[in-house]
Every structure is written in structure tokens, then in C-alpha cells.
Design a protein around this ligand. Sequence first.
Ligand code: FAD
Ligand code: NAD
Length: 451
Amino acid sequence: MADFDYDVVFIGSGHAAFHGAFKLLQAGKKVAFIEEDKLGGTCPNYGCDAKLLLDGPFEVIQDSQNYKGFGLDTAPQLNWEDLMKYKHAWIDRIPGMMKEMFPKAGIDIYEGKGKLTDAHTIKAGDKQITAANIVIATGAHDSILPAAGKEYIHGSKDFLSIPHLPKSIVFIGAGLISLEFASMAVKAGTKIEVIEYSDRALAQYDKKYVDKLVAKMKAEGVSFHFNEAVNEVKKNNNGYSVTTEAGLKFDTDYVFGATGRQVNTQDMGLDEVGITYTKGGVSVDDHLRTSLKNIYASGDVIDKQIPKLTPTATFESNYIAAQILGKDDQPIDYPTVPFIAYTLPRIAQIGLTPGQAQVEPDKYQEQVLPYGKSFDTKHDDDAELTVIFEKETHKVAGAVIYGGQAASLINILTFVVDKGLTNDDLEQMIFGFPDVSYSILGMLNPNGAMG
Ligand SMILES: Cc1cc2nc3c(=O)[nH]c(=O)nc-3n(C[C@H](O)[C@H](O)[C@H](O)COP(=O)(O)OP(=O)(O)OC[C@H]3O[C@@H](n4cnc5c(N)ncnc54)[C@H](O)[C@@H]3O)c2cc1C
Ligand SMILES: NC(=O)c1ccc[n+]([C@@H]2O[C@H](COP(=O)([O-])OP(=O)(O)OC[C@H]3O[C@@H](n4cnc5c(N)ncnc54)[C@H](O)[C@@H]3O)[C@@H](O)[C@H]2O)c1
């Protein structure tokens, strides 16, 4: 280490960086971050946390709608401007808190763009620093459609700070970001059109429940246009007009584009130092090492099949720290990753999907539980769970949940799937009652009976 300024330098300061950085620090390593934007990265500032703060009251509206006729007939009124102040009050202080917390813990921060100049040297803004190991943790940004008038298309950063909700919005793309935001906006009375290139929404999620979500959003007033490609966005006197290749035309107050995310690999010296990457991200081996063995990549910037999420970035960051510390020399072995669409209602999924299980009917069977029509699910009538069992072992191989409490429930089922538990194992435990999680765990049964 004597030859270098640092043991480890992270380019980026998001979840793919700071979890591992603290582990390295605790082991006595000298660590630094280089960050060109807000400390903490996308998740707190422009992603998960900011979104969930805005989503909260919409979830309350949805829950209250379930009680119509059961003692709660008036839905709460939303005030977007106050909600946005609340979001800013939480989120805007995070980078400042981190700017105090990181150096106090012993991490040096360099503000500016990180650019590799050789295997051990990085230009950090106007400084130059050296490190024994480097971690590329630069994440991704919204990829804006290269259509005519693309300058009028707003991305997720803009929407998450929009001061007033427009009366109408055209969403381009029917993926996670669009449907999460459209779920909220429609509940505030915004007129919404969703234009999607492919023939379905939320491609990674089980089709049965996505269809159910789309039907619910349609009933709330959202119009979906599948198999349509946006051609042009034009500014007009009252707002904007969006036209598709097939000739559909929509006049709107706001155009929002969420057509995927693009990795941050530009202009950071990768070609110059010989690091291999593709459009999907930095290429790594099964130890998350790039083509230069002392340089790792972590989080969204990796070219990988695993979902690009905060918990996977966190897992990778911790794994890299263990590698550098010599605590783990095994290839990375990801546990089953749950994913959750924070739409209203949620769709959450883990492991094998019903579609994948149906291909092997001798090996798997499914149990469908329309568990919603009960007081402990807060009258969430449409809530449903599909569980996939391994026929021979009775272990849970996968699950999809549609309903208001799907996010919390999938984390419980993640434990069941990951630890290979059966319903016999669950019957040996005592859970708190009454709660929807109690009902769900009690109903899991490979023989299909409701126990
Ligand atoms: C709207 C939205 C909602 C989301 N919701 C969820 C959710 O509900 N659940 C979930 O699990 N995931 C969600 N995600 C995804 C999640 O935010 C990412 O998976 C996670 O932030 C990845 O962490 P990361 O550290 O790899 O990258 P990032 O958090 O993007 O951090 C990378 C950092 O590197 C910095 N950087 C880039 N290039 C350089 C450079 N050359 N020099 C210096 N600094 C640089 C960037 O400024 C950034 O701060 C959401 C994303 C978005 C956009
Ligand atoms: N809840 C979560 O976990 C969560 C939430 C938001 C974002 N994220 C992160 O962000 C990513 C999702 O970002 P996203 O929603 O932009 O991408 P996405 O891949 O989920 O959806 C993009 C959609 O746009 C469509 N599309 C592409 N080109 C188009 C075109 N020219 N015209 C119309 N439609 C087009 C695609 O067919 C797709 O359906 C996730 O992979 C994840 O990394 C996660």
C-alpha cells in the first residue's frame, strides 16, 4: 500500500460503493470516493427513496378506496405541492448528511468526474490519486429516446421534482418507471396515455398479474397503446403533441420518457486503460473483476443478467470488499433476488414464475390463493398470490403476489425460498396474529388445500 494514496478508490458513491467502503474501513483500509453529482447516488436522490416518499399518500388513497361501503366513504384529498415539499425536506438533506458522515468515518471525498489514466491512477476532478484497487460504481442514467423533439421529453429525475402535476401526461414506455409514476399521477386526476413499443407492459413480471394491473389502471382512466413507436414530439401553443409511426397523435401538457437505462461508462478512460465493456455495461468475471484484475465493477454499471437494483448493488459492493480483504475467494453466488413493482397495487415476484413452472409440469405445481377478501388484508379484494412448489420436496420454488402489501410479503417469502422451507417447517413456527403475513404463511400448501 505504501506506493499508493489509497487501498481502494470507488468511482461513484451509491449503494454499489458505500456498503463495501464501510467494510473496508472497519478492516483498517484507506478508502476514497469520487462523485460528480450528489453523494449517495440514484437510489436516495433520484430513485427508490424519492419515489417511495411521493408514493406514500397515494397508497393511503388506494387503501381508503378499499373501505368504501365499510365505514370510509370519502377518499383523502391529495395536495401535490405539499407532498413535493415533504419529499424535498427528506431527500435534499441526504447528500449533505453524507458529506459529513463519510469523512467523519474516515472516507475521503473527491468531487468531480473520475477518469482512469492507468490501472492504478485516476483523475478526480482537478486532482490525481492512486489506489491499489479501484471499483467502478458509476451506475446508470435514463436513456432518452432519440426521436425528433427529444429535448421535450422529461426523464425520471425531472418527474421526481415536478412542482405541479400536469393535467395530462404522455408516458413513453410501459416499464417499471412509467407504470410506477403513472399509477400515482392517475390517482391525482391526471389524464394519462401510455405508449409502449412492445405488446405488453412490465416485461420482467408475470403476465397474468401485469394484465390485471393494466386492466385496473385502464378502469381508473389510463389509456394504453401497445405496439406503437413514438416518431416525434412537437411543441405547440398549449403544450406538446406526440405522434407515433402508425399515425396516432396525442396532445398533452407533459411528455415523460422511460425507455430503459443507459450505463455510465462514457468519457472515463475505459478504452484508454483497456477495460472491456459493452452497451450493457462493464464486463466482469465471476469475481466482479474487470479485464484489469485490480479494478472491479459494482452495481448498475455491470453488464449482467441479475436485475439492476439497489439490493443487488449492495450485495456486489459487500462481495468486492470481502474479495479485497481476502475473506472470500469464491465466485460470486447471488441468492434468489426478489423484485417489486411499486405500482398501485404492487406486483412482487421471487424465483420461478408460473410461466416457467408450467413448462415442467412433472416437477412443479402451483397454488393460487385469492387471499384478498378478508379483513386482515384491509379489503384488498383483488389481492392474489401464486406459489410454485417443487413436487418432490414441497419446497417453495417461486411466488408472485399482486396486492397492496405485496412488497412486505415477498420479503417473507424470500426467506422461505432462500432457506428452502416447506409448509411442514412453517407449521413448526409460531407467527404473530392477526396479520396478512400470518394468513399467507398458514395457507401455503403444496396439496392446494387452504390450511
Ligand atoms: C426512478 C427510479 C426508481 C427506482 N426504484 C427502485 C426500487 O424501488 N428498488 C430498487 O431496488 N431499485 C430501484 N431503482 C434502481 C436503483 O436506484 C439502482 O439499482 C441503484 O441506485 C444502483 O446503485 P449504483 O451505486 O450502482 O448506481 P448509482 O446509485 O446510480 O450511483 C452511481 C454514482 O456514480 C456517479 N458517477 C457516474 N459516473 C461518474 C464518474 N465518471 N465520476 C464520478 N462519479 C460518477 C453518479 O453521479 C452516481 O452518483 C430505481 C431507479 C430509478 C431511476
Ligand atoms: N421497483 C423497482 O425495482 C424499480 C423501479 C424503477 C426503476 N428501476 C430501475 O430502472 C430500470 C427500469 O427503467 P425503465 O422503466 O426506463 O426501463 P424498463 O426496461 O423497465 O422499461 C422500458 C420500457 O420502454 C419500452 N420502450 C423501449 N423503447 C421504446 C420506444 N421507442 N417507444 C415506446 N416504448 C419503448 C420497452 O419496451 C419497455 O417496456 C429497472 O431495470 C431498474 O434498474 C427499478
